[in-house]
Write a protein of this length. Structure first.
Length: 262
């Protein structure tokens, strides 16, 4: 019950944040503008709209996840409400989990709204060129679903950094760096296979398995070109994401439990 109350309050606070609405507005604006770029090509309108739309959802979804995640602790410290919270009969891990669930709901709602915006733009484009015959690629929802799992992971990463960093700027830098590196893990693995020194190879391989492989959640290319995304792959990637999130929250909870706010 305590976790649920914290989650609801967190969701209400998040949806009142101006940054949330600004990012959502620009995301929807970019998705809608994709139809203008699509008119410059012949026969490839849907592919361009899907490509630009999914890219917009990914970029703005990541920004929203990071902005919400890094503000988890820093905002409470700035408003000095953290001292009231830790003085109440609420375990710190309950506070952390409740906050994460509230942010998670916010990110999912935001992702669904952007996904619906993209789907409506695609429907409009198909209606315009197909004389009322709709043939919209529903696999875009598979890509959006996997991106939402990626956003969940990124939010957990941002929360982890916010638990031990007193600066929201540093937390944001760490989270963005992890996001970038997370999409380069395969390159890191290849680099580790090519290096000559064994100690360096061990370090690189350790980083490869330690850092999240965020490229697993990227199926935009397959969806754009109409390639199938197997349900078995979606299930495996989902389990990978949930396992990684669990590990991140356990570590974050341990750090948050030991942190001294006095």
């Amino acid at each position: 019950m305590k976790v649920l109350v914290i989650a609801i309050n967190t969701f209400k606070e998040a949806v009142r944040d101006r940054i949330f609405y600004n990012l959502l507005f620009f995301a929807l604006l970019l998705i809608c503008s994709s139809i203008l770029f699509a008119t410059l090509t012949v026969g490839e309108q849907s592919k361009i709209i899907i490509d630009m739309g999914l890219a917009s959802i990914n970029i703005f979804g990541v920004f929203i996840s990071i902005m919400l995640g890094i503000g988890l602790i820093s905002k409470e410290i700035e408003k000095r409400t953290i001292y009231t919270i830790i003085a109440k009969p609420v375990h710190r891990y309950q506070f952390l989990i409740g906050k994460y669930i509230g942010l998670l709901v916010t990110v999912i709602v935001n992702t669904v709204i952007m996904g619906m915006g993209l789907y409506l733009v695609l429907m409009f484009n198909e209606f315009r060129w197909s004389h009322g015959i709709f043939n919209v690629n529903i696999d875009i929802w598979k890509a959006i679903y996997l991106m939402s799992i990626e956003f969940m992971v990124i939010t957990a990463i941002a929360i982890l950094f916010s638990t031990f960093s007193s600066s929201s700027t540093l937390s944001a830098i760490f989270a963005i760096a992890t996001f970038i590196i997370g999409h380069l893990t395969e390159d890191i693995k290849l680099m580790g296979d090519k290096v000559a020194g064994r100690p360096l190879k061990v370090v690189i391989n350790f980083l490869y398995y330690l850092l999240p492989n965020l490229d697993n959640f990227n199926v935009k290319g397959r969806v754009v070109y109409g390639l199938e995304v197997p349900l078995s792959y979606i299930l495996i990637v989902t389990l990978y994401g949930l396992l990684y999130i669990t590990c991140l929250l356990i570590i974050a909870g341990f750090i948050f439990q030991k942190r001294d706010f006095k």
